[in-house]
Ligand binder design. Structure first.
Ligand SMILES: [Zn+2]
Length: 178
């Protein structure tokens, strides 16, 4: 497995709409290796999700994994692969929370997101699955699915004044929330 190079904002691949994963790709060993490499890259950089455009592959593919130790999470989310995902809101209700992104390094901002959603996607074998997600899990799904349309969390912020460097976040915001 290998750690992949992460594309940052400014690289056109981050802003391009990704193309759907074709049926024939699931049996391709290179596709399966790509999924494994994305997992390794996400873990290496302490991410909870990674979308293929972020590693220069314009495909509707994302991975996510939320460790139980993550204090933003209500629950642990095991390693999950989303291929050609479709998100449907379960309610209109939104909540605001902090997000960061490997393609927008060193920054965090407050982003309103749907509280609950239904996800329909294919797994890494091409098998369809669906699930309901709430809270932080739903937030990660929305963040990763946005990447597949060429969107980053900055586009979703209601007020850019909360944009904060991680160092200043730790010094001021995190301390205040304790
Ligand atoms: Zn991101």
């Amino acid at each position: 497995m290998s750690i992949l190079k992460v594309a940052r904002i400014g690289h056109p691949v981050v802003r391009a709409a990704a193309r759907p994963v074709a049926k024939g790709l699931f049996r391709d060993r290179l596709f399966q290796k790509l999924v494994d490499d994305m997992r390794e890259t996400m873990i290496e950089y302490d991410g909870v999700g990674l979308a293929a455009p972020q590693i220069h592959e314009s495909l509707r593919l994302a991975v996510l994994q939320v460790p139980g130790a993550d204090d933003r999470a209500e629950e642990e989310v095991p390693f999950t692969v989303l291929v050609n995902p479709v998100v449907t809101p379960l309610a209109e209700e939104t909540e605001t929370g902090w997000e960061g992104c490997l393609s927008v390094p060193d920054l965090r901002g407050l982003v309103p997101r749907l509280k609950s959603l239904r996800l329909e996607a294919l797994d890494r074998e091409g098998k369809p699955f669906s699930l309901e997600a709430h809270g932080f899990f739903a937030r990660v799904i929305q963040h990763e699915c946005d990447h597949l349309y060429g969107r980053v969390y900055l586009d979703r912020m209601a007020d850019l004044r909360s944009l904060t460097f991680i160092k200043e976040f730790e010094d001021h915001v995190a301390k205040d929330e304790e």
